[in-house]
Write a protein that binds this ligand. Structure first.
Ligand code: OGA
Ligand code: MN
Length: 317
């Protein structure tokens, strides 16, 4: 599908529309016709942003970004989050998903705490849903990829919501879930987070159904950080969340991404869940760099959205 070009901006290079090829019948698109290692002009970014709102997951192939280029493109979407301390890159705007030691570049042994911590990525989740203002989107750049395994899977929470029976939609309308990083990590190993790490991220409440402010589409907001339903008995809430997750991650709502070095994938944390899949962490090297764009205060209701460039620190404009 081709988007019609917007008006030319004075003093900018000639605008060439991007090419958007849907990946599945329900979500995801591959974007071609843009070089993300260079400045992206305003009109081109507007096309990318529109595709993001529409498709939830955008795949860009052949984009060998360095850290500065990744930050510059990421900031086009809005201000970046600072990563929690528990990640090896904690305190910076990068979250590192890797079996390589951040200082030495050597492979980390599989029983090391850092590798155990990362196993929680294999649970379906939405990045930062445990923060009071959950993130808008994540951008993951493939720097080193294993020759087999290590795919990342995505599930459309809009397609999943749409397919719910009417009674379920009615039952969950207006409910909130409590999200916590300590809860999701405890599913892998209750001792993997220190008290200091837990104190950094106390539990928060999020609506169970979110509405996209641009197109009004509803999405389930669930995943591994969602512990229980606010105001319900713990067991009942957990059962509902498990049932919703089982429904929402059925194959027709999913896309699995087979990584190539130089891929950049952008996903909408308001509208999809994702998870890591296993690879041979002893034999192969994997280095993925993630930037995460902060959300704005509205988590549930339609309203005003920050538009491209407005008040943003995008390095390109
Ligand atoms: C992430 C994440 C999955 C992966 O970067 O947020 O969950 O496959 N990554 O590395
Ligand atoms: Mn993640």
């Amino acid at each position: 599908m081709r988007y019609r070009p917007g008006p030319m901006l004075p003093g900018k290079t000639k605008f060439v529309p991007i090419n958007v090829s849907p990946l599945t019948p329900v979500f995801g698109a591959e974007i071609e016709g843009v070089d993300l290692t260079r400045a992206v002009d305003r009109a081109t970014f507007a096309e990318i942003r529109a595709a993001f709102e529409e498709y939830s997951v955008l795949i860009f192939r052949g984009q060998p970004l360095d850290d500065a280029q990744q930050i510059a493109f990421s900031e086009c979407f809005g201000p970046l989050e600072v990563t929690v301390k528990a990640n090896p890159a904690g305190g910076t705007t990068f979250a590192r998903q890797s079996n390589l030691d951040i200082r030495t570049g050597e492979i980390i042994p599989p029983n090391d705490r850092r590798m155990i911590y990362q196993r929680a990525n294999m649970l379906w989740h939405s990045d930062s849903s445990f923060k009071p203002v959950p993130s808008l989107c994540s951008l993951l750049s493939a720097r080193e990829v294993p020759p087999e395994g290590g795919d990342t899977e995505f599930a459309s929470m809009r397609a999943a919501y749409d397919a719910l029976p009417v009674e379920t939609k009615r039952r969950i309308e207006g409910l909130a879930a409590e999200h916590s990083l300590a809860y999701s990590r405890s599913q892998v190993d209750p001792t993997v987070m220190t008290e200091e790490q837990k104190a950094e991220v106390p539990p928060v409440r999020q609506p169970l159904v979110r509405v996209n402010p641009v197109n009004g589409r509803k999405a389930l907001f669930i995943g591994a950080h969602a512990s229980h339903i606010v105001g319900w008995p713990l067991d009942e809430g957990r059962t509902l969340l498990q049932d919703l997750l089982a429904h929402a991650t059925q194959p027709p709502f999913c896309y699995g991404h087979r990584w190539r070095e130089g891929d950049l994938v952008v996903w909408d944390n308001r509208a999809v869940l994702h998870r890591a899949t296993p690879y041979d962490t002893v034999k192969y090297r994997r280095l993925m760099q993630r930037t995460t764009v902060a959300g704005d205060a509205q988590t549930g209701s339609p309203g005003r959205l920050r538009t491209a460039g407005e008040g943003s620190s995008c390095g390109f404009w």
